[in-house]
Ligand binder design. Sequence first.
Ligand SMILES: Nc1ncnc2c1ncn2[C@@H]1O[C@H](COP(=O)(O)OP(=O)(O)OP(=O)(O)O)[C@@H](O)[C@H]1O
Ligand SMILES: [Mg+2]
Length: 373
Amino acid sequence: MFVIRFAARNFRNLEEEEIFPCEEVNVIYGNNAQGKTNLLEGMWLFTGGHSFRGAKDAELPRIDPDTGKNMSGTALAMDFFSEEREQSAVLQIENGRRSTDINGVKKDAGTPLVGKVRAVIFSPEHLLLVKEGPARRRNYLDTALCQLKPSYAPVLTAYRRALMQRNALLKDISKSAQLSDTLAVWDARIARLGAQVIKERISFTDRVAPKIAGIYEGISRGREKLSVRYSPSLKGGDTLDGIEELFLRELSRTVSSDARTGFTSVGPHRDDLEIEIDGISARSYGSQGQQRSSVLAMKLAEAQILTELSGEPPIVLLDDVMSELDRGRQDYLLNHLKGQQVFITCCSPDTVELMENGMRFRVECGAVYPEEF
Ligand SMILES: Nc1ncnc2c1ncn2[C@@H]1O[C@H](COP(=O)(O)OP(=O)(O)OP(=O)(O)O)[C@@H](O)[C@H]1O
Ligand SMILES: [Mg+2]
């Protein structure tokens, strides 16, 4: 899919702006604090999701410079090509509430947009995917799996609930030995659900890993190899039954130490996705550019998976991705991402010079100027 027209009114620092991007790479450049990220944020909201910056909807309307209050009439509009036809959507934000209009049909919430406009976003906060602990990497797998396989979300939710019940029970078990029987029931449930979560995550990793590796090879011009591997806290067990059996054994082996801490120490909630560059951990040893390239590869691989899923590529939004990348890597992003619409923000006009094809927009004080090549 691709955006044909995007317009913003009284959104962040954008008063009344409209762009007609090209179907390939669009670079949005300008100095700091001019409105580049605001533009991407506006487009992202059409996925039906929350702001990728964690902003509340009440923060999105333009603040009146004279009164310091939110202005009314905040609206975003997008004409896009998807499902083999031109479509249009309008998103209004008033008093912290969203309402939408899709192809002329009005809805009183933002959720009807979900699935209509698909996008993948890289923003500097996503670097934590590599830099931080395993929770964010598990979240990467779970989010992708929920989109890919609708039956996964209820299993994951049921697992999390069962785990909370078990942890609560562990805290009480020292006071009442009879609770052991109840614990056995929860253990069986956790082992069954947990085995499904692990199995799905492993098969997703097997599917996405070659894509991530291929993209990383492109970004690094074949100089470095990136590998991702699912790293379970339960070692061994290939089949669903095998993992379940192993999980059940481990739960009973660790029960006394778990009872002391009130926390279940094994299971998919403790697993990780190992990211290695040339055989060593990207988290511990990766340079800034390598870590950035790893996250980018993971995000672009997510876009490939979404393409397989829906039959058309999502929009790729890359916020502030260029800093810390050398010329070769910047060139890859500007000139070698084929077959999908890309929006890239950056500060330096020098970076824009590397671009061979596409469109560029200069942003200054909330105004967007398309520029000739
Ligand atoms: N609700 C709002 N109303 C008016 N102005 C806003 C609002 N929210 C943010 N801004 C302004 O928008 C500007 C920031 O825009 P944005 O984050 O898009 O900058 P940027 O061009 O991406 O800069 P950088 O290169 O530093 O990332 C700031 O000056 C900020 O004060
Ligand atoms: Mg920005």
